[in-house]
Design a protein around this ligand. Structure first.
Ligand SMILES: *Cc1c(COP(=O)(O)O)cnc(C)c1O
Length: 356
């Protein structure tokens, strides 16, 4: 069997959920969209059931996976609500919680005849300019929804655009906009993603929505910002399947993009961009080989990549390589590939997941 795999540490997931819980003054919904950020929806939700008050997914098909698995003990929130009115009977029957962000959704709710009310968060666009009603529309929209017997309103939600930049004043402006509405409606608030929840307790609201921190990755782009002891949940690993011993001046891999400057031993690793390891990762991106620091050299190919093991004479075919995990932070790899840990985690594919 090919040695590439992702090992998911569910006890680290639970640990991180408890850290998020400490920052959540009231309720907390664990964000498990995109297959729990690549960690596997069903095992992650099973592990978190006793730790959280609800689970949040992006859309109905993701919720249906939880329903099919019988994981319905905690409410399931659809962060984008329904994308088609045809989903509404299922949503009502299954008591999925909907974020309502657009007038067309209200019109669809008004047409629904249902025994069970649809439970709704009203989404306010306080500055992200993605989904939500403008603050000046909210009172009228709230009254519209409140007048529908088939709707039960939970409160107001919003999403911060720049919470990962703790010095940025935009978050405070967004917070003030939603607090002004809350004063008039006297209702619950759901505001905080991981970055907001870790940077300012003022932004927590009644229902927090941590995602990335549950998986032990850093929501802040500057890796040293994180003070909490989050534990990486995913370890992406493989093995060396071949060794090359090269003289100085030899070009390595596609494009001859890396040239040895001295006699070099290279390990060829069974891991490539078809597995979700980023092709953009630069020469020098850290890995560990049998637990020792080493570096990526040359271009990442579809199924393989190359690491320099000149300084590790014991290493060779069969040596274990960690691409990210407990020893190599996914955030560091992301920086080396001009992206964020979020994207690397949820881009994982082809490699089997195993759980411990
Ligand atoms: C994805 C998402 C979150 C979680 O964000 P993290 O940065 O992963 O904590 C919270 N709220 C909404 C609306 C989201 O789409």
């Amino acid at each position: 069997m090919r040695p590439a795999r992702a090992v998911i540490d569910l006890s680290a997931l639970v640990h991180n959920a408890r850290v998020a819980r400490q920052h959540s003054p009231e309720q907390m919904m664990a964000v498990v969209k995109a297959d729990a950020y690549g960690h596997g929806l069903i095992p992650c939700v099973t592990a978190l059931q006793d730790e959280v008050d609800a689970f949040a997914v992006a859309f109905t098909e993701e919720a249906a996976r939880l329903i099919d698995a019988g994981l319905t003990r905690k409410p399931i929130v659809l962060l984008e609500g329904f994308l088609d009115a045809a989903e509404l009977p299922f949503i009502a029957e299954q008591q999925l919680v909907c974020v309502v962000h657009s007038a067309w959704q209200i019109a669809a709710l008004a047409r629904l005849s249902s025994q069970q009310p649809v439970v709704v968060w009203l989404k306010v666009d306080t500055g992200m300019h993605r989904l939500g009603f403008q603050p000046e529309q909210v009172l009228a929209v709230w009254q519209q929804l409140a007048a529908l017997p088939q709707v039960r309103l939970l409160g107001l939600s919003t999403h911060f655009a720049r919470a990962d930049e703790p010095e940025c004043p935009v978050t405070l402006q967004q917070l003030q906009a939603i607090l002004a509405l809350q004063k008039q409606l006297n209702t619950s608030l759901s505001l905080a993603n991981s970055a907001a929840l870790l940077s300012t307790s003022a932004a927590a609201g009644n229902w927090t929505r941590p995602g990335i921190m549950l998986y032990g990755a850093n929501p802040f782009p500057s890796a040293n910002r994180l003070t909490e002891s989050l534990e990486p949940v995913m370890t992406l690993e493989s093995k060396i399947i071949g060794v090359q011993t090269l003289a100085a001046g030899q070009a390595v891999g596609y494009g001859g993009h890396y040239v040895t400057s001295a006699p070099t031993r290279l390990g060829i690793v069974a891991m490539g961009y078809a597995d979700g390891y980023p092709r953009q990762a630069k020469n020098g991106t850290p890995v560990t080989v049998d637990g020792q620091p080493a570096q990526l050299v040359g271009r990442v190919a579809m199924d393989m990549l190359t690491v320099d093991i000149t300084h590790l004479p014991e290493a060779g075919v069969g040596s274990r390589v960690e691409l990210w995990g407990k020893q190599v932070s996914v955030d560091t790899v992301a920086q080396q590939a001009d992206t964020i840990g979020y994207q690397l985690l949820c881009n994982l594919k082809r490699v089997p997941l195993s759980y411990c």
